[in-house]
Design a protein around this ligand. Structure first.
Ligand code: GUN
Length: 283
């Protein structure tokens, strides 16, 4: 069997076109959702992600601004900027691109962002709401993955989902979202001793580790749904995921590519969260 490939860029295009129409209608009512992105230093991958966010916002007609700060910016300076943006009614969503330089405490920064403008869904209040299955901003990559599954009408309830990776941004929250959808969830990580056996039992596999081609077909159950969150740049400059695409596509039921898979969905969900923030703030 050859897997059905889930193209996140195509799903994103559909969702972005819908949002473009929604924004045009909101603007007629005087609502202008605006996203402010803060980028500190010049981490090349972060620059590229931020530019993707700006371009997508522009495409749907969303106001966005990029505040680029030097890598020498102090934590106090960054916190003061966030407090200003929290007070600024023209700004609906605030995103501080991670990772931050090591002299800045990431958690303090995340907690400084007003939960009502936290379009990344990283604030502990929003994480708590997600865990208790309340309406909130869902973290963009997990939200994008859930949307990809739902748009393909893939059953989640009762399925065994194995999440490989336990980052705060992807692994932990995607497992929680799948649990909220009534999956049985297992987490694997660097200290897991029987990972292959666990993954072989999975109906849905989410791989978010950051190691090129780590998961090959020998890990995958026939017909499983495989979502590849990895973005790894090889020495020759090509981008590849954490999943060995060519071997896994012969065994999986569904598979996401890299690039054109989860990446575009992450940006799309950020735009969705920003529209939601603007609507919440004007009501
Ligand atoms: N760095 C990598 N992914 C993300 C993300 O989703 N949000 C932010 N703020 N930084 C990131």
């Amino acid at each position: 069997m050859s897997a059905e490939i889930i193209y996140g860029d195509q799903l994103s295009q559909t969702l972005r076109d819908q949002m473009k129409t929604e924004l045009a209608n909101l603007k007629k009512k005087g609502i202008h959702p605006k996203l402010t992105v803060i980028l500190i230093g010049d981490h090349p991958a972060s620059r590229s992600y931020v530019s993707g966010k700006q371009k997508a916002a522009e495409y749907i007609g969303m106001d966005s601004e990029l505040l680029q700060l030097s890598s020498e910016t102090t934590e106090e300076e960054l916190l003061s900027l966030i407090y200003e943006l929290n007070q600024d009614d023209s700004v609906n969503g605030i995103l501080v691109q991670l990772p931050l330089p090591t002299h800045i405490n990431e958690q303090r920064v995340i907690e400084a962002i007003s939960p009502i403008k936290d379009v990344d869904g990283f604030h502990p209040i929003n994480i708590g709401k997600m865990m208790t299955n309340q309406e909130t901003f869902l973290p963009c990559t997990p939200y994008g993955i859930l949307t990809m599954l739902q748009m393909n009408k893939i059953d989640i309830a009762g399925k065994h989902a194995v999440v490989i990776g336990r980052s705060n941004i992807v692994g932990k929250p995607v497992g929680q979202l799948l649990l909220n959808e009534n999956a049985t969830v297992t987490y694997c990580h660097s200290r897991t001793t029987n990972m292959k056996e666990l993954v072989q039992a999975a109906d849905i596999v989410i791989v978010a580790v950051g190691r090129a081609n780590m998961i090959d077909a020998s890990y995958i159950k026939e017909g499983a749904v495989v979502i590849d969150v990895g973005i790894n740049r090889l020495e020759d400059g090509t981008l590849t995921g954490d999943v060995d695409f060519d071997s896994v596509k012969e065994k999986a039921g569904y598979l996401t590519p890299v690039p054109k898979g989860v990446g575009p969905m992450t940006i799309t969900m950020l735009l969705k969260n920003t529209i939601k923030a603007a609507l919440n703030q004007c009501s």
